[in-house]
Design a protein around this ligand. Structure first.
Ligand SMILES: C[C@@](CO)(OP(=O)(O)O)[C@H](O)COP(=O)(O)OP(=O)(O)OC[C@H]1O[C@@H](n2ccc(N)nc2=O)[C@H](O)[C@@H]1O
Ligand SMILES: Nc1ncnc2c1ncn2[C@@H]1O[C@H](COP(=O)(O)OP(=O)(O)O)[C@@H](O)[C@H]1O
Length: 313
């Protein structure tokens, strides 16, 4: 009997996020650098005959339909795979609705597992086995953050974040991250709406200008380019996050920023020893359950999550 397949679903931080105008589909253009962190959910996939339909079991459960279930449906529709139902089990460690793309990463991990699981059946029935680019195209239908997490690492995102280019990884241990989560979430659409209300988005030409600078230096982004242009909107909806950012800076972070649409805040530390000292200080203030020490996803794990390259591609 099959024991199934498993993988990790790493979280991300946007170490830079430039905000542009709204597109016709209602989403904003962005230029962003996604950095995968070693703070990750576990995802397991098992073919099962106990149930009639695909199912996702999430511990703890999340509100609404799980994005991983939408990923299974999208995979079946895009590839024509019609194998028996699967059960995906997710053990959550990434804060929910925290701007760390937990749901997006679970969906991307599900696509990775399905590609491996369905490959023999797809091959036998003369269908194309999806490669990483095919999975990213499916991922883009699920959300702006999903394509960058199909092969987690360091990626430049443009368009609404869904057009991605791989960036060179930084040496392991270069930056330590202290992540401070919040007891209550913040809705992504609300933050983008607030950004519009505040008149934050750049024009297309200003975005292109900023984008050129980020692209040229994205491999090893200097600290001055570690900005999140959604941050004023998140702070407007959640003024208390100013205290979190100030506490991270006071605890020695070189950069303190809201992660994506928030409310999670992250401190970037060039000195991992200082980050280790900062974490317990911050835990005293915000509660141990809200403070995590993380690092960039190490090279070895980035490589382990890469999908096999198709020969000749
Ligand atoms: C802000 C970012 C930064 O990486 O992530 P989070 O911080 O939420 O994790 C992303 O752009 C979030 O991407 P994701 O969470 O996948 O958003 P989606 O499901 O695609 O979109 C949810 C809603 O957010 C708004 N949205 C999202 C992305 C974008 N570039 N512009 C937008 O205006 C739209 O209102 C959209 O309907
Ligand atoms: N696998 C999942 N993990 C977390 N949230 C999920 C998942 N599937 C669907 N969701 C829904 O998506 C919302 C945003 O989720 P999440 O990805 O954690 O945050 P963010 O978009 O801020 O990074 C959650 O509030 C939840 O209702």
């Amino acid at each position: 009997m099959s024991r199934g397949l498993q993988t990790i679903a790493p979280s991300k931080v946007n170490v830079c996020l430039l905000l542009g105008p709204t597109r016709a589909d209602g989403r904003h253009e962005l230029v962003t650098v996604f950095q995968a962190l070693d703070l990750a959910d576990d995802v397991h996939l098992l073919e099962t005959l106990d149930v009639r339909d695909d199912e996702v079991v999430c511990d703890p459960p999340v509100e609404g339909e799980n994005l991983a279930l939408r990923a299974i449906r999208a995979f079946r529709a895009a590839t024509g795979w019609n194998g028996p139902p699967v059960r995906v089990t997710i053990t959550k460690r990434i804060p929910v609705a925290g701007g760390m793309a937990g749901g997006s990463s679970d969906a991307a991990a599900t696509l990775r597992l399905l590609a491996t699981h369905a490959a023999p059946h797809l091959g036998r029935t003369g269908r194309t086995v999806p490669d990483a680019d095919d999975l990213r195209a499916i991922a883009a239908t699920l959300g702006a953050d999903v394509p960058a997490l199909v092969e987690p690492g360091r990626w430049l995102g443009t368009a609404a974040g869904e057009r991605v280019e791989r960036l060179p990884l930084l040496p392991d241990g270069r930056t330590a991250y202290v992540v401070v989560t919040s007891p209550t979430g913040l809705s992504t659409p609300d933050v983008f709406r607030e950004a519009d209300r505040l008149g934050l988005p750049r024009s297309s030409s200003q975005l292109a200008l900023g984008g050129r600078d980020v692209r040229a230096r994205a491999g090893d982004l200097p600290r001055v380019l570690c900005v999140n242009e959604l941050e004023p909107a998140a702070l407007s909806l959640r003024p208390d996050l100013r205290d979190t950012l100030a506490a991270l800076r006071a605890a020695g972070a070189e950069v303190a920023m809201v992660s994506g649409s928030g409310p999670t805040c992250v401190g970037l530390y060039d000195n991992p020893g200082r980050a280790r000292q900062a974490a317990p200080v911050l835990a005293e203030r915000f509660g141990a359950e809200h403070v995590r020490l993380a690092g960039a996803l190490p090279r070895e794990q980035v490589a382990a999550l890469e999908l096999p390259r198709v020969a000749g591609a």
